[in-house]
Ligand binder design. Structure first.
Ligand code: 13P
Length: 248
């Protein structure tokens, strides 16, 4: 049985003081259940969030990491550094990183290898642009991202992988993929995983949908058979909104 996961991606929002305020409000309304909850925050907030949520089962994640353990990479943070402070998840290959920071499938692949090597669970993002969907290339694009990103990732590693399908055209636009469209792609991703590994791995991989998930559409999305959870941007910044998605 796959455990549903609702993960917030705070992107470049909130100061540490604001993160602490969020944590206090969220803890007051959050009750642990069989849903795994995670918050992926900017680096500067991670230790404060770890501390705020230490007596809960909410897991803390980062949004990026470098694939080297250390080195002359000004401005970067390594997976080893994240592991040291107890970080559980790391988002890898988000479309904003692919788009603005030229993150290729090859770089995503190196980061996935490093995350698994140090024991951080990657949330690997895939998804097509509107232009690619309009010319019927969505499935091909997502398959290429999966094959490139997962090159030489072992069966055992792949079993603990989280994949987030985030169509670029649905991110921050208020335009959600229809539950059917999202379900269809998540099912396709599971088929590709079965092809690359086996049906046991395909059965274990957690596949999230991301892109304008809000309290109003969370239930419908979460009820889809192939969707195991959500990666939530804007609506994860407000405790009262995020809790409604967690309690879908
Ligand atoms: P929004 O929920 O703000 O559309 O962002 C989605 C996203 O990019 C999560 O990673």
């Amino acid at each position: 049985m796959r455990k549903p996961l609702i993960a917030g991606n705070w992107k470049m929002f909130k100061t540490t003081a604001e993160a602490k305020v969020f944590a206090e409000s969220f803890k007051n309304i959050y009750e642990s259940s069989d849903i795994q909850v995670a918050i992926c925050a900017p680096f500067t907030q991670l230790e404060a969030l770890k501390d705020s949520f230490k007596d809960t089962d909410v897991k803390i994640g980062a949004q990026n990491m470098h694939f080297a353990d250390e080195g002359a990479f000004t401005g970067e943070i390594s997976a080893v550094m994240l592991k040291e402070i107890g970080i559980y998840y790391c988002i890898i290959g988000h479309s904003e990183r692919r788009q603005y920071f030229v993150e290729t499938d090859g770089i995503v692949n190196k980061k996935l290898h490093k995350a698994f090597a140090v024991g951080i669970t990657p949330i690997m993002c895939v998804g097509e642009t509107l232009e690619q969907r309009d010319v019927d290339k969505a499935f091909e694009v997502v398959k290429t991202q999966l094959m490139g990103g997962l090159k030489d990732i072992t069966t055992t590693q792949a079993e603990s992988l989280v994949i987030a399908y985030e169509p670029v055209w649905a991110i921050g636009t208020g335009r959600t993929a229809s539950p059917e469209q999202a379900n269809q792609m998540c099912g396709f991703i599971r088929d590709v995983i079965e092809e690359l590994y086996n049906d046991d791995v395909a059965d274990k991989v957690i596949i999230l949908y991301g892109g304008s998930v809000k309290p109003e559409n969370a239930t419908e999305i979460m009820n889809m058979e192939e969707i195991d959870g959500a990666l939530v941007g804007g609506a994860s910044l407000v405790p009262e909104d995020f809790i409604q998605i967690v309690n879908f």
